[in-house]
Design a protein around this ligand. Structure first.
Ligand code: HEC
Ligand code: HEC
Ligand code: HEC
Length: 112
């Protein structure tokens, strides 16, 4: 009986660790008629000086979830400073969407 309980505890610890140590992705591709968008997670993490909290979970949950970015061609997110618009907005630390569609939307970019 004790052995079984021990096994169960070990197993749940193992599963717990696996969840905490979820590997950060390298690149995430968002499909779009405008041309697919490749989000370079690694480069963005480097620029954030490895501080995950810059984006998680304030701007994004650490999981694939609705981005809440595309409404009204990104203007809504830029105004609210949410999602990619948390940085990519006029006067922000990264280029705004206006005039920069092609910096993100690349025709013929690979699908994930
Ligand atoms: C510049 C912002 C930013 C930073 C900094 C950042 N992330 Fe992310 N991360 C994202 C975005 C955007 C997504 C995708 C969210 C979505 O599609 O819903 C994501 C997704 C993830 C996912 C889920 C991947 C998947 O495909 O399901 C994990 C795990 C993750 N990040 C871990 C990390 C870790 C660990 C760090 C720190 C080393 C980190 N992130 C730093 C923006 C960031
Ligand atoms: C924490 C701030 C931050 C967030 C959030 C963020 N970016 Fe960026 N991003 C930057 C910075 C800084 C640069 C580089 C500076 C520049 O070119 O204006 C950049 C550059 C880029 C580039 C150019 C290629 C590269 O990586 O160098 C793309 C494409 C891009 N971001 C897409 C996105 C998308 C899509 C999202 C949302 C899923 C997003 N970014 C969210 C800060 C951010
Ligand atoms: C910072 C990167 C970035 C810039 C700049 C950007 N986009 Fe996007 N765009 C995205 C991402 C990421 C998505 C996918 C959002 C999602 O799946 O929720 C998207 C989605 C869209 C969509 C809806 C999805 C579809 O089916 O096509 C439209 C329309 C769009 N963008 C138009 C534009 C236009 C027009 C511009 C220039 C004025 C622009 N985008 C600039 C990142 C960007």
């Amino acid at each position: 009986m004790k052995a079984v309980a021990g096994m169960i505890i070990c197993l749940s610890l193992f599963v717990g660790l696996a969840v905490v140590a979820a590997e950060a992705p390298d690149k995430i591709v968002y499909e779009s008629k405008m041309g697919n968008v490749t989000f370079d997670h690694t480069k963005h993490v480097e620029r954030a000086k490895n501080d995950c909290k810059v984006c998680h979970d304030k701007l994004f949950p650490q999981a694939k979830a609705p981005l809440n970015y595309k409404e009204k061609m990104h203007r809504v997110a830029e105004e609210k400073k949410i999602s990619c618009g948390g940085c990519h907005h006029p006067g922000g630390p990264a280029f705004e969407s206006k005039g920069n569609c092609n910096k993100c939307h690349v025709k013929g970019a690979a699908k994930s």
